[in-house]
Design a protein around this ligand. Structure first.
Ligand SMILES: [Zn+2]
Length: 185
Protein backbone atom coordinates (compact mmCIF):
# COMPACT_ATOMS: atom_id res chain seq x y z
CA UNK A 1 0.00 0.00 0.00
CA UNK A 2 1.00 3.62 0.48
CA UNK A 3 3.25 5.51 -1.82
CA UNK A 4 1.55 6.85 -4.89
CA UNK A 5 -2.06 5.96 -3.90
CA UNK A 6 -2.86 6.73 -0.24
CA UNK A 7 -5.51 4.65 1.65
CA UNK A 8 -8.97 6.12 2.26
CA UNK A 9 -7.97 7.19 5.79
CA UNK A 10 -4.82 9.01 4.81
CA UNK A 11 -6.62 10.64 1.89
CA UNK A 12 -9.34 11.96 4.22
CA UNK A 13 -6.86 12.99 6.90
CA UNK A 14 -4.67 14.60 4.19
CA UNK A 15 -1.50 12.85 5.28
CA UNK A 16 1.16 10.70 3.63
CA UNK A 17 0.22 6.98 3.65
CA UNK A 18 3.23 5.22 5.18
CA UNK A 19 4.27 1.67 4.25
CA UNK A 20 3.17 0.44 7.69
CA UNK A 21 -0.10 2.48 7.69
CA UNK A 22 -2.41 0.70 10.13
CA UNK A 23 -5.57 1.69 8.16
CA UNK A 24 -4.36 0.79 4.66
CA UNK A 25 -5.24 -3.00 4.73
CA UNK A 26 -8.85 -2.27 5.90
CA UNK A 27 -9.74 1.05 4.29
CA UNK A 28 -8.92 0.90 0.57
CA UNK A 29 -8.99 4.13 -1.44
CA UNK A 30 -11.91 2.90 -3.63
CA UNK A 31 -14.34 3.03 -0.61
CA UNK A 32 -13.79 6.42 1.07
CA UNK A 33 -17.24 6.37 2.77
CA UNK A 34 -16.22 3.34 4.89
CA UNK A 35 -13.53 5.29 6.75
CA UNK A 36 -15.49 8.57 6.72
CA UNK A 37 -18.28 7.02 8.82
CA UNK A 38 -15.90 5.33 11.29
CA UNK A 39 -13.93 8.56 11.63
CA UNK A 40 -17.12 10.57 12.19
CA UNK A 41 -18.38 8.29 14.97
CA UNK A 42 -15.20 7.05 16.71
CA UNK A 43 -12.44 9.44 15.52
CA UNK A 44 -9.38 8.34 13.49
CA UNK A 45 -6.97 8.34 16.47
CA UNK A 46 -9.34 6.18 18.58
CA UNK A 47 -9.73 3.70 15.70
CA UNK A 48 -5.95 3.63 15.30
CA UNK A 49 -5.47 2.93 19.05
CA UNK A 50 -8.16 0.22 18.99
CA UNK A 51 -6.53 -1.51 16.03
CA UNK A 52 -3.07 -1.39 17.64
CA UNK A 53 -4.43 -3.19 20.73
CA UNK A 54 -5.88 -6.02 18.64
CA UNK A 55 -3.86 -8.96 17.16
CA UNK A 56 -3.31 -8.53 13.42
CA UNK A 57 -5.43 -11.59 12.49
CA UNK A 58 -8.50 -10.08 14.27
CA UNK A 59 -8.19 -6.51 12.93
CA UNK A 60 -10.29 -7.13 9.81
CA UNK A 61 -13.20 -8.38 11.97
CA UNK A 62 -12.76 -5.43 14.35
CA UNK A 63 -12.92 -2.97 11.43
CA UNK A 64 -16.08 -4.70 10.11
CA UNK A 65 -17.80 -4.37 13.49
CA UNK A 66 -16.63 -0.74 13.87
CA UNK A 67 -18.07 0.08 10.41
CA UNK A 68 -21.33 -1.70 11.32
CA UNK A 69 -21.57 0.10 14.66
CA UNK A 70 -20.77 3.46 13.09
CA UNK A 71 -23.48 2.96 10.44
CA UNK A 72 -25.98 1.96 13.15
CA UNK A 73 -25.08 5.00 15.22
CA UNK A 74 -25.65 7.30 12.23
CA UNK A 75 -29.03 5.67 11.46
CA UNK A 76 -30.06 5.66 15.14
CA UNK A 77 -28.10 8.31 17.08
CA UNK A 78 -29.88 7.37 20.35
CA UNK A 79 -29.63 3.59 20.45
CA UNK A 80 -27.17 2.77 17.65
CA UNK A 81 -26.45 -0.98 17.53
CA UNK A 82 -28.39 -1.54 20.74
CA UNK A 83 -31.54 -0.33 18.97
CA UNK A 84 -31.08 -2.92 16.20
CA UNK A 85 -30.20 -5.66 18.73
CA UNK A 86 -33.21 -4.99 20.98
CA UNK A 87 -35.53 -4.76 17.92
CA UNK A 88 -34.24 -8.13 16.68
CA UNK A 89 -34.49 -9.62 20.20
CA UNK A 90 -38.13 -8.56 20.51
CA UNK A 91 -38.78 -9.98 17.03
CA UNK A 92 -37.12 -13.27 18.08
CA UNK A 93 -39.23 -13.52 21.23
CA UNK A 94 -42.43 -12.67 19.28
CA UNK A 95 -41.58 -15.34 16.69
CA UNK A 96 -40.77 -17.85 19.44
CA UNK A 97 -44.18 -17.13 20.98
CA UNK A 98 -45.89 -17.58 17.58
CA UNK A 99 -43.91 -20.79 17.06
CA UNK A 100 -44.94 -22.11 20.48
CA UNK A 101 -48.60 -21.25 19.73
CA UNK A 102 -48.39 -22.93 16.32
CA UNK A 103 -46.79 -26.02 17.86
CA UNK A 104 -49.51 -26.14 20.54
CA UNK A 105 -52.16 -25.82 17.80
CA UNK A 106 -50.52 -28.62 15.78
CA UNK A 107 -50.46 -30.80 18.91
CA UNK A 108 -54.14 -30.18 19.65
CA UNK A 109 -55.07 -30.86 15.98
CA UNK A 110 -53.08 -34.12 16.11
CA UNK A 111 -54.81 -35.10 19.35
CA UNK A 112 -58.23 -34.29 17.83
CA UNK A 113 -57.30 -36.40 14.78
CA UNK A 114 -56.25 -39.26 17.06
CA UNK A 115 -59.53 -39.01 19.00
CA UNK A 116 -61.50 -38.93 15.72
CA UNK A 117 -59.58 -41.97 14.44
CA UNK A 118 -60.19 -43.78 17.74
CA UNK A 119 -63.91 -43.01 17.58
CA UNK A 120 -64.03 -44.11 13.92
CA UNK A 121 -62.17 -47.32 14.78
CA UNK A 122 -64.53 -47.97 17.69
CA UNK A 123 -67.53 -47.32 15.46
CA UNK A 124 -66.09 -49.72 12.87
CA UNK A 125 -65.49 -52.37 15.54
CA UNK A 126 -68.99 -51.83 16.95
CA UNK A 127 -70.46 -52.14 13.42
CA UNK A 128 -68.51 -55.37 12.93
CA UNK A 129 -69.66 -56.65 16.32
CA UNK A 130 -73.25 -55.65 15.46
CA UNK A 131 -72.96 -57.49 12.14
CA UNK A 132 -71.63 -60.61 13.89
CA UNK A 133 -74.33 -60.40 16.56
CA UNK A 134 -77.02 -59.90 13.89
CA UNK A 135 -75.67 -62.88 11.98
CA UNK A 136 -75.62 -64.97 15.15
CA UNK A 137 -79.15 -63.82 15.96
CA UNK A 138 -80.23 -64.86 12.46
CA UNK A 139 -78.52 -68.20 12.94
CA UNK A 140 -80.16 -68.59 16.34
CA UNK A 141 -83.55 -67.71 14.87
CA UNK A 142 -82.96 -70.17 12.05
CA UNK A 143 -81.86 -72.89 14.42
CA UNK A 144 -84.64 -72.26 16.91
CA UNK A 145 -87.42 -72.00 14.38
CA UNK A 146 -86.18 -74.10 11.49
CA UNK A 147 -83.04 -76.04 12.15
CA UNK A 148 -83.74 -77.14 15.63
CA UNK A 149 -87.10 -78.82 14.89
CA UNK A 150 -85.48 -80.35 11.83
CA UNK A 151 -82.67 -81.56 13.92
CA UNK A 152 -85.16 -82.83 16.45
CA UNK A 153 -87.10 -84.52 13.73
CA UNK A 154 -84.06 -86.13 12.20
CA UNK A 155 -82.90 -87.10 15.64
CA UNK A 156 -86.26 -88.68 16.32
CA UNK A 157 -86.16 -90.36 12.93
CA UNK A 158 -82.71 -91.65 13.66
CA UNK A 159 -83.85 -92.77 17.06
CA UNK A 160 -86.85 -94.59 15.67
CA UNK A 161 -84.84 -96.04 12.81
CA UNK A 162 -82.28 -97.27 15.25
CA UNK A 163 -84.98 -98.67 17.44
CA UNK A 164 -86.62 -100.27 14.43
CA UNK A 165 -83.38 -101.71 13.08
CA UNK A 166 -82.49 -102.84 16.52
CA UNK A 167 -85.81 -104.57 16.75
CA UNK A 168 -85.43 -106.28 13.37
CA UNK A 169 -81.85 -107.15 14.24
CA UNK A 170 -83.10 -108.73 17.36
CA UNK A 171 -85.62 -110.63 15.32
CA UNK A 172 -83.02 -111.68 12.78
CA UNK A 173 -80.33 -112.42 15.31
CA UNK A 174 -82.58 -114.41 17.51
CA UNK A 175 -83.78 -117.20 15.26
CA UNK A 176 -84.78 -120.37 17.03
CA UNK A 177 -81.45 -122.14 17.49
CA UNK A 178 -81.66 -125.53 15.82
CA UNK A 179 -81.14 -128.32 18.30
CA UNK A 180 -77.96 -130.27 17.71
CA UNK A 181 -79.71 -133.45 18.57
CA UNK A 182 -82.19 -132.74 15.82
CA UNK A 183 -79.50 -132.03 13.17
CA UNK A 184 -77.40 -135.06 14.08
CA UNK A 185 -80.20 -137.35 14.66
ZN1 LIG B 1 -2.97 5.07 5.03
Amino acid sequence: MGGSSPCASCKLLRRRCAKNCIFAPYFPSDDPQRFAIVHKVFGASNVSKMLQEIPVHQRADAVSSLVYEANARIRDPVYGCVGAISYLQSQVSQLQMQLAMAQAEILSIKQQQQVTELVQNQEMILQQVDAVVDHEDDEKEKSSFVNFPNYNLSYLQQYFNFAASDATANVIQDPPIPKREFLWA
